[in-house]
Design a protein around this ligand. Structure first.
Ligand code: AMP
Length: 280
């Protein structure tokens, strides 16, 4: 497995695949890799001739009071995990390379970047779309793999790819969960023992909402019940719970619609967790 630290190195590396018209698959990550991250690569491995991961903790997607400094880091462990799933190359740029002094350009998808997580994390998605555009330009991938756990991120990047005529096929992969239903996340490591025990209430409530979809009259009625269920867990502090259309995150008006996504964010102590489930 090649470890490539500069843009020049990766540009040189991909030439061998580009000249043979071979398919490059790409998985961008921020490291502290778990089974969720690895599943993306395992899927890509079937499809692609060359599989590239990037590990870069992107500062522009963190707000001033967020966890950039204490975001979990484990480069040694990450590289061993990637080697084990037969990754061809890992791109490990540093901050100065991605954002040199006097950096000025940002990519922003309007409207869908301002709802849900974008309400409390003001410039978060601007940071995400900026770094992903840069990485797509550097890696020149044919296919990019993202997790459905971050469904808003996936839909925003897909819109960017469409609007900016980028030549990348966007592929989304199902959320990998712990046995008790909690979505795997690098941030789960922040949870105290008590908070970790409480956190599966999120998935439990989403499953209940799916089972009970037919007995509810309206989106508001269903949301009310999910709030009640989650509130039974005193350590859970709900930030938002909404029903959105899975194709574009527009508002669901009627429970008879197809593709209804239940999407939420909740805090357990200082740790903010997000999750979503397709209800039909
Ligand atoms: P991150 O390192 O958190 O930026 O995540 C990198 C990629 O892994 C993103 O596309 C995430 O959606 C995806 N991912 C994170 N957690 C999971 C999970 N539990 N299941 C599937 N994909 C995930």
């Amino acid at each position: 497995m090649k470890i490539l630290k500069t843009i020049a190195e990766i540009k040189e590396y991909i030439k061998q695949f580009k000249c043979k018209d071979e398919l490059i698959g790409f998985v961008p990550t921020m490291g502290a890799l778990h089974e969720g991250h690895l599943t993306l690569g395992k899927e890509a491995r079937y499809e692609c001739d060359c599989l590239i991961y990037s590990i870069f903790i992107n500062p522009t997607q963190f707000g001033p009071n967020e966890d950039l400094d204490k975001y979990p880091r484990d480069i040694g462990g990450d590289l061993a995990k990637l080697e084990a799933i037969d990754v061809d190359a890992v791109f490990l740029p540093d901050e100065k390379m991605m954002y040199p002094d006097n950096y000025k350009t940002y990519v922003k998808v309007e409207d869908i970047g301002k709802i849900l997580c974008g309400k409390s994390r003001i410039d978060h998605f601007r940071g995400v779309t900026t770094i992903v555009s840069k990485l797509f330009n550097i890696v020149e991938c044919d296919e990019a793999y993202f997790g459905k756990k971050d469904i808003q991120q996936f839909i925003i990047i897909k819109k960017m790819v469409e609007d900016l005529n980028m030549n990348v096929k966007m592929i989304s992969i199902d959320t990998v969960r712990e046995e008790d239903g909690l979505a795997k996340s690098s941030r789960n490591a922040y949870l105290t023992e008590e908070e970790r025990k409480a956190a599966p209430i999120i998935h439990k409530s989403m499953i209940k909402a799916k089972e009970d979809l037919a007995i509810h009259f309206s989106p508001e009625d269903l949301i009310e019940d999910v709030i009640l269920l989650i509130s039974e867990e005193p350590l859970a502090e709900i930030e938002y719970i909404e029903l959105r259309r899975s194709k574009d995150l527009s508002k669901v008006e009627d429970l008879s619609e197809e593709g209804i996504l239940l999407i939420l964010a909740a805090k357990f102590g200082k740790t903010r967790l997000i999750d979503n489930l397709l209800l039909n």
